[in-house]
Structure formats: structure tokens, C-alpha cells
Design a protein around this ligand. Structure first.
Ligand SMILES: NC(=O)c1ccc[n+]([C@@H]2O[C@H](COP(=O)([O-])OP(=O)(O)OC[C@H]3O[C@@H](n4cnc5c(N)ncnc54)[C@H](OP(=O)(O)O)[C@@H]3O)[C@@H](O)[C@H]2O)c1
Length: 247
């Protein structure tokens, strides 16, 4: 029986992906900053472990207590919507520490076991917004585009060890806690000079009917984990697929 370790399982895509793999008989190590079994089904194949991807000690302890794993899903992430002029460097650092460096650190932590076993898959959840230049997302897009580039290079480096590295690019998913969790980093993020443009952006989103469901992301992660012939980039959600086609 295979084991998947997923980061950021307290809500949204991570929680849904944990449920999806549990339903399909995998062992699941669901990690979260504040561990809780509350929203997960009871199962002897489930373990919930504390993990903050920005904290090296927390990473080390989580990898130690997880034991051998077959698949790592780097899902934990924070959004940030705002004009660069309204974005504090503290917020920009938190976004990069979590989305970019957190993914790099987690990947580095599992590679020795994957390389030694000549088996393993890393799935990095980035975003379909990296496919198109969009306003008010400069810092967030940069944090995720960096992971795309990281993943593409690493895939070539690890091919010789039979270790795969994949990307899942979700579209916009209003059902998760993403918007709510981004808010603390967005104080003053739309200065007056950008207000009119921001209204246009929000109005365009309001008209958008195609969205991404959490289960679309879980399915894409499942495919990346199980199908060695899956492409390096998998778009998840109807809007993400449309963005890829428009690109
Ligand atoms: N929803 C969207 O529209 C969308 C679109 C494209 C891509 N994405 C990406 O998809 C991923 C999941 O997002 P989501 O929509 O499911 O949002 P979500 O509901 O806010 O879930 C994000 C998860 O990341 C966790 N997290 C944040 N900082 C962390 C840290 N330092 N260490 C460990 N975990 C941390 C959160 O945990 P806490 O509860 O502890 O905060 C939460 O469990 C993110 O990488 C996001 O960038 C989302």
C-alpha cells in the first residue's frame, strides 16, 4: 500500500486530496499547521501530523515521524491580491516563504529517500494564473511561477533516479478558504490610484462562470501520482483548461 504526504490539509484542495487518496486505499499523512482530525474520515490508514512548511525544525520532525513515503504533495500556499505599491515587503516575504521556499524545502527533505529507493513522485500545486499575465497578482504569480521553473529543472535532474516531479495548475476555486486566508496579507493592498482598475478586474471575475472544484485538483494530483505518462503540467478545473488553451 502506498503512502502520500500532503501539506496544507486543514482546508480546501489539501483536505479534498487527503480524502480522495483515503477513498482509494492509500495511506495518507495529512499535514497541517494545527493538527485536527475534524474534517477527515476515521481510518487506520490516516495520520495527521503537524507541519509548518516555513519552519525547518517542523519539516524535519514531520518527515521523521511520517516514515517512508511514496508521494509528496506540496499544496500549502497563501494567496495575495493587490497592487505592488500596496503590498508590504513583509507580506511578499510570507508569500515566498510559504509558496516557494516551503515547496523547495519540503522537496529537498524527501529526496534522499526517493533517490535511494529509486522511486517517488513530487506533485507541486501552483496555479493557472501563471499561464497569463494578470494584474494585481504580481507577487503571488511570481511565487508560483518560480515553483514552475523549479519543478521543470528538477524533473530533468531526477529522471536518472526514476523520481518524477509534476505540476498541478488549478484555476479559481471560490469554495476553499483561499480568499479568506489571503485577507490578512492584503491590508491596504488596493491604493486609491489602483481602485478603478481593481473594480474592472473584480467585475470581470464576477462574470466568469467556469471555476475549479476542489475535486478537480484531487483528481489531477491523483493522476500525477499514479500515471508515469502524465504530462509534467496538469491543469485542474474548467477555467484552468480554458486558460491553457488560450495561452
Ligand atoms: N483557491 C484557489 O483559487 C487557488 C487557485 C490556484 C491555486 N491555488 C493554490 O492551491 C493551494 C491550496 O489552496 P486552497 O485553495 O485549498 O486554499 P486554503 O483553503 O486556504 O488552503 C491552504 C492551506 O495551506 C495551509 N498553509 C498556509 N501556510 C502554511 C504553512 N506555513 N505551513 C503549512 N501549511 C500552510 C493552510 O493552513 P492553515 O489553516 O494553517 O492556514 C491551508 O491548509 C495553494 O497552494 C494555493 O496557492 C488556489
Amino acid at each position: 500500500m502506498k503512502t502520500v504526504l500532503i501539506t496544507g490539509c486543514s482546508s480546501g484542495f489539501g483536505l479534498e486530496t487527503a480524502r480522495y487518496f483515503l477513498d482509494r486505499d492509500w495511506n495518507v499523512v495529512a499535514t497541517m499547521r494545527t493538527p485536527s482530525y475534524d474534517h477527515l474520515p476515521r481510518s487506520d490508514r490516516l495520520r495527521v501530523i503537524a507541519l509548518d512548511v516555513t519552519d525547518p525544525d517542523s519539516i524535519w520532525q514531520a518527515i521523521e515521524s511520517a516514515g517512508p513515503i511514496d508521494v509528496l504533495v506540496n499544496n500549502a500556499g497563501i494567496g495575495l491580491l493587490g497592487a505592488l505599491e500596496g503590498t508590504s515587503m513583509d507580506s511578499a516575504r510570507v508569500i515566498f516563504e510559504t509558496n516557494t521556499l516551503g515547496t523547495i524545502a519540503m522537496t529537498q527533505a524527501v529526496l534522499p529517500q526517493f533517490r535511494q529507493r529509486k522511486a517517488g513522485v513530487v506533485v507541486n500545486v501552483t496555479s493557472a494564473v501563471t499561464l497569463l499575465p494578470l494584474p494585481l497578482l504580481s507577487v503571488y504569480r511570481a511565487s508560483k511561477a518560480a515553483v514552475n521553473a523549479f519543478t521543470e529543472s528538477l524533473a530533468l535532474e531526477l529522471e536518472q533516479f526514476n523520481v518524477r516531479v509534476n505540476l498541478v495548475l488549478p484555476g479559481r476555486a471560490p469554495e476553499t478558504r483561499f480568499g479568506e486566508n489571503a485577507r490578512p496579507h492584503m491590508d491596504g493592498a488596493i491604493p486609491e490610484a489602483y481602485a478603478e482598475m481593481a473594480q474592472g478586474v473584480f467585475a470581470a471575475w464576477g462574470e466568469q462562470t467556469a471555476v475549479t472544484r476542489a475535486v478537480d485538483v484531487a483528481e489531477a494530483v491523483w493522476r500525477a501520482a499514479n500515471d508515469p505518462s502524465s504530462p509534467l503540467r496538469l491543469c485542474a478545473g474548467a477555467d484552468a483548461v480554458a486558460m491553457a488553451e488560450a495561452n
